[in-house]
Write a protein that binds this ligand. Structure first.
Ligand SMILES: Nc1ncnc2c1ncn2[C@@H]1O[C@H](COP(=O)(O)OP(=O)(O)O)[C@@H](O)[C@H]1O
Ligand code: SF4
Ligand SMILES: [Mg+2]
Length: 382
């Protein structure tokens, strides 16, 4: 059986990828310094986000998703250091000016954050100040970034709650008086308070039950359509991104291994790791199949093996895999012309039946070739 689903729906036209991206990350590397070897949490990542686009960033816990996003916004503290790369921001309000994020001073960064790039942090819904009413917390943000009169600022804050469908009388509530879903919506309203062009959402719904998660996600999509911001949506749950994102970037051991339209990732995945993630959750439609998961566990980021970091867990591995340089290249035969993968050996038409693995590779994974022996990947929230 091929990895390509039998009857894929028509491909969506790709976003306007020919335009210059609003956020362009190039060759970004981030390490956590330690007395032993550095933890290479992000290695030479290229990722761009276009105006109005939703890019999903998927990968197991510890793959470097949050480090990539926070590194790109210069929000990391020591021992994290950006060791290479560039990040360029081009917002509409800047009138064609490009901002080199990594060379900005702290004051310049303050102007950029929230107003241009807003972040909903992982576990953000627990980050509201417990002793301040919702209204005062929202007013703090509006006052810090916009020059509005008192009445105007109050009206703006009230309309922010309208945006996320929370009744205005909740402005007087304290966080503990709100449900988890409402608190997360307040955090989203806070991120949108001053009309950012880019919103980074780091596992925004992971702590919520699926029904509330769904409500919030559809609201996020509706807001994006209405207000036109772009979203970098980070999650360990690839299945969410297949519905939500225009493009999906899959991260493994600090590196991007595949980037493609959500359609291509769903119906024509190339990289064996992406295939493993897709095989870790059931599909609502289509034939019943065994969930294979991914054997083994991710490598130690202080001591990555040469070549492909997925080698010890990959059912397609050959002797050549330890010598590849892990750059992303166009995928032959892909529907999406921007579909790229770091695996030069497996394409969407490669059958899923695993070839026998190298003896050493199987042993390193701690399992039998082609069989799930370790925890199923993609399940644990960060
Ligand atoms: N302060 C730190 N010191 C050392 N290593 C860290 C630190 N923070 C994160 N890491 C490591 O960096 C890697 C990437 O972490 P993270 O970006 O949080 O991954 P994700 O968001 O995908 O779960 C992990 O291996 C993690 O253990
Ligand atoms: S086939 Fe080789 S290069 Fe491709 S993912 Fe597997 S181990 Fe990596
Ligand atoms: Mg994270």
């Amino acid at each position: 059986m091929s990895a390509v689903a039998a009857q894929p729906p028509a491909a969506q036209p790709p976003a306007a990828l020919s335009e210059k991206p609003v956020l362009e990350i190039t060759g970004l590397s981030v390490a956590y310094r330690s007395s032993g070897a550095d933890v290479k949490a992000v290695e030479r990542v290229d990722l761009s986000l276009h105006a109005g686009e939703v890019v999903g960033l998927a990968g197991e816990s510890g793959s470097g998703k949050s480090t990539l996003a926070y590194g790109a916004c210069r929000l990391l503290r020591p021992p994290a250091v950006i060791t290479a790369g560039s990040v360029v921001y081009r917002g509409r309000r800047l009138g064609g000016r490009e901002v080199d994020v990594l060379s900005r001073t702290p004051d310049e960064l303050r102007e950029l954050r929230w107003r241009e790039i807003a972040i909903v942090f992982q576990s953000a819904m627990n980050a509201l100040n417990p002793v301040l009413r919702v209204r005062d917390q929202l007013l703090d943000v509006v006052d810090a970034h916009l020059d509005l009169g008192k009445d105007e600022a109050h009206e703006r804050v009230a309309s922010l709650l309208d945006l996320v469908a929370i009744p205005r009388d909740r402005l007087r509530s304290y966080p503990h008086e709100l449900s988890g879903g409402m608190r997360q919506r307040v955090m989203i309203a806070m991120a949108l308070a001053v009309d950012p062009e880019v919103v980074i959402m780091d596992e925004p719904t992971t702590a919520l039950d699926v029904v509330v998660q769904r409500e919030i996600l559809s609201q996020v999509v509706e807001l994006k359509e209405r207000l036109g911001f772009a979203i970098l949506f980070i999650t360990h749950d690839l299945s969410l991104l297949l519905e939500l994102a225009d493009r999906v970037a899959v991260m493994y051991a600090g590196q991007l291994v595949e980037v493609a339209s959500a359609h291509d990732v769903h119906y024509g995945p190339a990289h064996p790791y992406t295939r493993g993630l897709l095989n870790s959750f059931p599909s609502l439609r289509g034939a019943r199949r065994e969930l294979a998961g991914i054997p083994g566990s991710p490598p130690d980021l202080r001591n990555l093996p040469p070549g492909c970091p997925f080698l010890p867990r990959c059912g397609f591995a050959t002797g050549s895999c330890a010598a590849i340089d892990m750059s992303l290249s166009p995928v032959p035969g892909a529907t999406d012309p921007w579909h790229v993968s770091a695996c030069p050996f497996v394409t969407p038409s490669t059958p899923d039946v695993a070839r026998p693995r190298l003896a050493g590779a199987g042993a390193a994974a701690g399992g039998e070739p082609g069989r799930a022996s370790g925890p199923v990947a993609g399940g644990a929230p960060s």
